[in-house]
Design a protein around this ligand. Structure first.
Ligand code: BES
Ligand code: ZN
Length: 612
C-alpha cells in the first residue's frame, strides 16, 4: 500500500528525494475515443539515495516505461487506487549512481479522466466541431499524465500536440510562432514551451475551432468564432490591468497574457493557466462589469504561479494574496472606494459561507488539515476572504500600504519560482518588519490560522459605494405592501451592475421576501430580463428562497445552460431546501450530469445528498 507524502496530504510523490524538473509531452488528441494518448518524458534529479521515482496517477493506462539513456525498460508498479487521490506509480531507478534521469512513459488517459471535458459538436457554439478543455487544479493533473502532482514540485515543459486538421490546440505555455503548425494526413501538430518552472496543476490544454483577436501588445482573446468580438470588447482593458499589476508586483515574467473564453460548462469563473487564462463565458456581460475576474487571474501571475502554496493546506497563500492584490488593482483602476466595495462583498460572502458550513467546521480554518480530504471538497471562499482579511489586518498593523506594498514586492521577489508554506511567509514578515516587533506581537497567529469561524477582526471598510445598496435593501425590507409603495422604475438607474448584485446579495441575507415584493421588483425593475450572470444568479436565488413558483423554470434553465460552480451549487442547494421542488432538481441534475465537468457533477451530487 503506497503512502501519501508527509509533506502533502494529497500526493504520493516525494520531490524532496527525486525531483522531476522538466517534462516533454507528445500527445495525440483522439476525439473519436475521447482520450489523449502518447508519451511523457520526465527529466528527474536524484537528490538522496532513494532508488525509486514515485509519481501520482489516476486511471492512467501505462504501456511502457523506458530509460532514455540506456534505452532499457524500467520496472514499475501501480499501487492501490484511492477514489480521489489515485494510485502511486513507482518506477525503479537503475542503481547506476547517476544523478539525472530521463524517463519516457508511453501511456493513455482513461475516457473518464477527471481533468478533461470532451464536448460533442452539438455542445459548442459553432455546432460543427468537437471541443476539449482541461482543469487540473487542484489534483486532477494526475489523471492527465503521470507526474508529481504536488504544488511543491515545479517543472518547465514543452509539448507537441497533434489534433484533427480543422482544430486548434492551445496550452498554458508560449506558442511556437516561428514554426507554423506541421500538417500531415495524421492531423496538425502544435508546439508549445513553458520555460518558467510551474507546478503540475498549471498544465492546461484546450482544443477546438478556436479563433483569436489581438487586444494588447502581449494579449489575444481566443474563443469560438461567435464570441471573439464580444470578448475583445469585454476584456479590452487587459493591458491596463497587467500594467497596474506590474507596478505593484514587479515584472510580468510569462511573456504572453492571453485569455481563452471557454464553453459554458467551464466550472470556474477563471483559471490562471500561465500565458493563457481560462475564463467562463458568463463574464461576457456586455459592459465590462465582470472583468474583475481577469484582474484576479492576472494577479495569480505572481501570487500562485510565481510564489506557490507548497500544498493545498496553504491555499490561502495563493487565493488570499490574490484577492488582496486584486482589490488593490481594482482600487487603482476604479478608485479607492471600489476596493472597499469589493471587500465588503467578500466579507459578506465569507459570513454566508461560514454560517452555512457551521462556525466550528474545521474546514473554515485559514489553514485546514487536509489529511484524507480532497481539495475539491474543501473548496470555499474561506482561503480567499479570510486570507484577504488577514492581509488587510497585517497591512493596517504595519502602518498601511506605504509600508506593506514594498514588503509584498520583496516577498514576491524573494520567493518567486518557489513553493512555500505559511510559516515561510510568517518568518519573512517578522524578519522584514523587525523594527515593528511590538505591533506584530499583537498578531494571534493561532487564532487567525487554526481557529474555525469568522476572522477575529473586521477591518473598517469605506461604505461609500455599499451605502446605496444597504439603503435600498432596507427600504424593501421595511416596506409594508398594504401601504403605499415609494419605489420607482428608475431606483436602479444610478447603480452599477456590481451595486445591483450587492443589493440582491444583501437581500439574500435577510428573511425571505414576500412574493408580492418580488413581483413588484419584477414589475418596476424588469429583474428577470437582466442578463448579467451575477445579477441573474442572485435574483433567481431570491425567488427560490421565497418559494416563488415563477422563477423555477428559469432557475433550472440557468443551471443547465452553464456550469460555473459558483452559480450552480447554491441554486441546486436552494432547490434541495425547497421540499416540493427537490425531486425536480434531482431529476434535472441526473438528466444533465453527463454534460457537466467531472468536478461540478461530483460536488453537486454531494450537495444533493446523492453521494457521500
Ligand atoms: N484558481 C482559482 C480557481 C480554482 C480554485 C480552480 C481551486 C480549481 C481549484 C481561480 O483563480 C479563482 O479563484 N477563480 C474564481 C474567480 C475569482 C475572481 C475569485 C472563480 O472561479 O470564481
Ligand atoms: Zn484565484
Amino acid at each position: 500500500m503506497s503512502r501519501l507524502s508527509p509533506n502533502d496530504p494529497n500526493s504520493y510523490s516525494r520531490p524532496e528525494e527525486v525531483k522531476v524538473i522538466a517534462v516533454h509531452l507528445k500527445w495525440n488528441v483522439d476525439f473519436s475515443r475521447k482520450i489523449i494518448s502518447g508519451f511523457v518524458t520526465l527529466t528527474a534529479e536524484q537528490l538522496t539515495d532513494a532508488s525509486q521515482l514515485i509519481l501520482d496517477t489516476r486511471d492512467i493506462k501505462i504501456h511502457s516505461v523506458k530509460d532514455e539513456e540506456t534505452g532499457q525498460l524500467l520496472q514499475h508498479s501501480m499501487g492501490d487506487a484511492h477514489p480521489n487521490f489515485g494510485s502511486a506509480l513507482t518506477i525503479a531507478l537503475s542503481p547506476s549512481g547517476r544523478k539525472q534521469y530521463k524517463i519516457t512513459i508511453e501511456y493513455e488517459v482513461s475516457a473518464s479522466c477527471t481533468a478533461l471535458q470532451w464536448l460533442s459538436p452539438s455542445q459548442t457554439a459553432g455546432k460543427k466541431h468537437p471541443y476539449l478543455f482541461s482543469q487540473c487544479q487542484a489534483i486532477h493533473c494526475r489523471s492527465l499524465l503521470p507526474c508529481q502532482d504536488t504544488p511543491a514540485a515545479k517543472i518547465t515543459y514543452t509539448a507537441e500536440v497533434t489534433v484533427d486538421n480543422d482544430l486548434v490546440a492551445l496550452m498554458s505555455a508560449l506558442r511556437d510562432e516561428e514554426h507554423p503548425p506541421l500538417r500531415s494526413d495524421k492531423g496538425v501538430t502544435y508546439k508549445f514551451r513553458q520555460p518558467v518552472p510551474i507546478p503540475a496543476y498549471l498544465i492546461a490544454i484546450a482544443v477546438g475551432a478556436l479563433e483569436s483577436r489581438k487586444i494588447g501588445p502581449r494579449s489575444h482573446v481566443w474563443s469560438e468564432k461567435d464570441f471573439v468580438e464580444k470578448a475583445a470588447y469585454e476584456f479590452a482593458e487587459t493591458e491596463q490591468m497587467l500594467a497596474t499589476a506590474e507596478s505593484l508586483c514587479g515584472e510580468y515574467v510569462w511573456g504572453q497574457y492571453d485569455l481563452l473564453i471557454l464553453p459554458p460548462s467551464f466550472p470556474y469563473g477563471g483559471m490562471e493557466n500561465p500565458c493563457l487564462t481560462f475564463v467562463t463565458p458568463t463574464l461576457l456581460a456586455g459592459d465590462k462589469s465582470l472583468a474583475d475576474v481577469v484582474v484576479h487571474e492576472i494577479t495569480h501571475s505572481w501570487t500562485g504561479n510565481l510564489v506557490t502554496n507548497a500544498n493545498w493546506e496553504h491555499f490561502w497563500l495563493n487565493e488570499g494574496f490574490t484577492k488582496f492584490i486584486e482589490r488593490k488593482i481594482v482600487g487603482e483602476l476604479q478608485g479607492i472606494t471600489a476596493r472597499s466595495f469589493s471587500a465588503i462583498g467578500g466579507w459578506n460572502g465569507l459570513a454566508e459561507c461560514i454560517q452555512a458550513r457551521g462556525e466550528k467546521d474545521p474546514l473554515t480554518c485559514l489553514i485546514p488539515d487536509l489529511t484524507g480530504v480532497d481539495p475539491d471538497d474543501a473548496f470555499s471562499t474561506v482561503p480567499y476572504e479570510k486570507g484577504h482579511t488577514f492581509l488587510w489586518y497585517l497591512e493596517s498593523l504595519v502602518g498601511g500600504p506605504g509600508e506593506f506594498e514594498p514588503f509584498l514586492r520583496a516577498y514576491l521577489d524573494k520567493f518567486k519560482f518557489k513553493s512555500i508554506t505559511s510559516d515561510t511567509f510568517k518568518d519573512f514578515l517578522l524578519e522584514y518588519f523587525a523594527d515593528k516587533k511590538t505591533v506584530l506581537e499583537k498578531v494571534d497567529w493561532n487564532l487567525w490560522w487554526h481557529t474555525p469561524g469568522m476572522p477575529p477582526h473586521k477591518p473598517e471598510f469605506d461604505e461609500t459605494l455599499a451605502a446605496t445598496c444597504t439603503d435600498l435593501r432596507q427600504r424593501w425590507v421595511n416596506w409594508d405592501p398594504s401601504k403605499e409603495c415609494s419605489f420607482v422604475k428608475n431606483d436602479l438607474d444610478d447603480m452599477s451592475s456590481n451595486q445591483i448584485s450587492q443589493w440582491l446579495a444583501q437581500l439574500l441575507e435577510c428573511e425571505p421576501l414576500s412574493i408580492t415584493k418580488l413581483e413588484k421588483m419584477e414589475e418596476l425593475y424588469g429583474m428577470s430580463s437582466r442578463n448579467n450572470a451575477e445579477i441573474k444568479f442572485r435574483w433567481l436565488r431570491l425567488g427560490l428562497k421565497s418559494h416563488w413558483p415563477d422563477c423555477v423554470d428559469e432557475a433550472l434553465k440557468f443551471i443547465t445552460e452553464q456550469g460555473r460552480m459558483k452559480f450552480v451549487r447554491p441554486i441546486y442547494r436552494d432547490f434541495y431546501a425547497w421540499e416540493e421542488m427537490r425531486s425536480r432538481a434531482i431529476a434535472t441534475f441526473k438528466a444533465n450530469k453527463d454534460s457537466m465537468m467531472h468536478v461540478a457533477a461530483y460536488v453537486v451530487a454531494k450537495d444533493l445528498h446523492l453521494s457521500e
